[in-house]
Design a binder for this molecule. Structure first.
Ligand code: TYM
Length: 331
């Protein structure tokens, strides 16, 4: 089976709808057709100031949500990044292959450091993409299911894999991004020209999966649209309606043309009400499952420990090969 690897940051108390549609849903769909490795990237989560108690809680909440979404420990390896020390070890090697200028071109660092100024950002935030490179390459992943915002990091991953392979001999599979266009960039409900994001969005613009279903229904109903009345998919002129149609199509397993036909002659209020119901139907059981899973911390931690063991088998093999190729003495 071809291999797949992806990760999500434990930096919030709930995943948002963008995480779910852009990534998590695809992870679940891929676990049978791929040899799948999925992780909660706690090493990445400390690149910005954080509270240790919150990190512990959010790492478990993240893992629980992944299980509630349908990941099954028998069908994939689910683990915490920090449980596999090879991530940090390979990141060092890859950072020595990365140009300073090359790293400086990563737009996510520019965006994230802009708020408080580059000088206030951690070096870890700067080298974040290189740790992500190591994440992917350790597993020889052929495919990496992510949203559009991770594309540049995967280009860096491909470049560095090729660079290593050319300089020192082939050690890495060169991965492909696996980005499903229709759901790769879910937009903010209040500002449909920017992506839904835990850092940038206003609270009304971001739909958190574990939030009270009533709150979420209300957020859908107050989503920004436009002053026309017609329900049609036009991203340029009607970004709010287009975003709602994309979300509806993805959650309801319908096509956008079908939805356009169904809502011909109807108003935005009808569309929003139906979508709010669909969101409630989808995420109320999800929330309940997540809470059940979180109630048994022992079991959850055991699943992560087992996942880490599976992951280390693959990761340690890659790292040994890299250490050898690069000229480190074997022990
Ligand atoms: P993170 O934790 O920010 O986001 C997790 C996943 O959700 C996707 N996503 C979105 N998709 C569609 N629309 C949106 N509005 C939206 N917002 C977020 C992200 O693209 C991502 O797939 N650097 C990564 C984590 C990571 C990783 C890895 C991913 C670390 N190592 C190795 C893949 C492979 C990140 O910060 O994702």
């Amino acid at each position: 089976l071809p291999r797949v690897l992806s990760g999500i940051q434990p930096t919030a108390d709930s995943f948002h709808l963008g995480n779910y549609l852009g990534a998590v849903r695809n992870w679940v769909a891929m676990q049978d057709d791929y040899d799948a490795y999925y992780m909660v990237v706690d090493l990445h989560a400390i690149t910005v100031e954080h509270d240790p108690q919150a990190l512990r809680r959010r790492t478990r909440v993240s893992a629980a949500q992944l299980l509630a979404a349908g990941l099954e420990p028998q069908r994939c390896a689910l683990f915490a990044q920090s449980h596999v020390p090879e991530h940090a070890q390979l990141a060092w090697v890859m950072s020595c292959l990365t140009g300073f200028g090359e790293a400086s071109r990563m737009t996510q660092f520019k965006d994230k450091s802009a708020k408080h100024g580059v000088g206030a950002a951690s070096v870890g935030l700067f080298t974040y993409p290189i740790l992500m490179v190591a994440d992917v390459l350790l597993y020889q992943a052929g495919f990496v299911p992510v949203g559009e915002d991770q594309r540049q990091h995967l280009e860096l991953t491909r470049d560095l894999a090729q660079r290593f392979n050319t300089r020192y001999g082939k050690a890495f599979t060169v991965p492909e991004p696996y980005i499903i266009k229709d759901t790769a960039k879910i937009m903010d409900l209040q500002d449909p020209t920017s992506k839904m994001s835990k850092s940038a969005s206003s609270p009304g613009g971001i739909l958190e999966l574990l939030d009270d279903p009533k709150v979420n229904a209300k957020k859908i109903k107050s989503a920004v649209t436009d002053t026309e009345r017609e329900i049609r998919f036009d991203e340029e002129n009607k970004p709010g309606v287009a975003n709602l149609l994309r979300i509806y199509a993805a959650l309801g397993e319908r096509t956008i043309p079908e939805l356009e036909r169904d809502y011909e002659g109807k108003g935005y209020g009808d569309l929003k009400k139906d979508l709010a119901d669909l969101v409630t139907e989808t995420f109320q059981p999800f929330k309940e499952r997540t809470e059940e899973i979180l109630a048994d911390t022992g079991k959850l931690d055991a699943i992560l420990a087992e996942g880490a063991e599976k992951a280390r088998e693959v990761a340690s093999r890659t790292l040994a090969e890299v250490y050898d190729k690069i000229g480190f003495l074997s022990k």
